[in-house]
Write a protein that binds this ligand. Structure first.
Ligand code: FAD
Length: 258
């Protein structure tokens, strides 16, 4: 079985730094890390491979530095890594990101199973997996908290919704986006770490894709435009009351009455 795992590099920072002029996330100077949800997607793939013969391929789209994601994946046990990087891909929104991942996976063959994290910690839309499944025209399950059984033809999963746990049987090929809780990622192994730096990372640029039209990628291929980014205006004061309970109650009453 061939399993593709989508993993993204994100800033190890949750301050949401944006350039207010351009609406672009400011990444310079921020320490990058692997999106933690995606480590769980890789963990899910590794657990499947413990029971079923499988080859695990990792795909990451980002700047050249995103190669570190693949090196981390190698040190956890991934078999192959693909770095999807090209200036033509920059500024991609969900539509363009999912399309680029789809076209990049096409170059590497056919996958029975595609695993994504629940969401990223920077873009945070949790929409790329669904969009990717749509491009691939395969069934898709979100919020997967357990992968119970994998056969040559299907996968049985548990899906954790807000109120209940649902068991689903999906035919292969399909795409799953997994919850962190069910798949606590293993630590990189020392043995694999030693070879991770030497393994080949396959680079994929626009020239390698079957669709080379730059209008379909990056900012050009994005359906959304950030028009303005700004901190929400303060719409209310937050007065602090101190004193006895009765005094505070008086002050609150006064405040509420305006
Ligand atoms: C209003 C707004 C403005 C934005 N502006 C910018 C901007 O200016 N610059 C910018 O860089 N981004 C920007 N983004 C984020 C950008 O749209 C997303 O990074 C991109 O579309 C991927 O979506 P996501 O991060 O929300 O992924 P999600 O949908 O949250 O990710 C789900 C899963 O998909 C997979 N995945 C997602 N992205 C990748 C990837 N690149 N490689 C491999 N796997 C992946 C992972 O498995 C991940 O766990 C913006 C987002 C919004 C909502």
């Amino acid at each position: 079985m061939k399993i593709a795992v989508c993993m993204k590099q994100v800033p190890a920072e949750s301050r949401g730094l944006m350039n207010e002029e351009t609406g672009v996330i400011v990444r310079a100077g921020l320490k990058p890390e692997v999106n933690s949800y995606d480590l769980s997607a890789l963990e899910a793939a590794l657990r499947i491979r413990e029971n079923v013969p499988a080859e695990i391929h990792v795909f990451t789209m980002g700047p050249p530095k995103a190669e570190d994601v693949i090196r981390t994946a190698f040190s956890m046990g991934a078999d192959a890594g693909f770095l999807i990087s090209d200036p033509a891909f920059s500024g991609a929104d969900v539509l363009a990101t999912s399309y680029t991942l789809y076209r990049a996976m096409e170059t590497a063959g056919e996958y029975e199973l595609v695993l994504c994290g629940r969401q990223t910690t920077d873009g945070d839309t949790a929409q790329v997996s669904g969009a990717l499944a749509q491009w691939m025209n395969v069934p898709h399950a979100n919020w997967v908290s357990d992968i119970e059984n994998v056969t040559e033809a299907s996968v049985t999963v548990a899906q954790k919704t807000e109120r209940e746990r649902v068991r689903m049987l999906l035919p292969l090929p399909c795409l799953l986006s997994v919850e962190r809780e069910g798949f606590l990622p293993r630590l990189p192994s020392l043995r694999l770490k030693m070879t991770a730096g030497k393994k080949t990372v396959v680079s994929i640029g626009i020239k390698d894709l079957s669709d080379r039209d730059p209008a379909h990628y990056g900012l050009n291929g994005s359906a959304t435009r950030v028009r303005k980014i700004y901190p929400p205006p303060r719409t209310q004061r937050n007065p602090l009351f101190s004193g006895t309970a009765d005094a505070c109650a008086e002050m609150i009453l006064h405040e509420v009455r305006g």
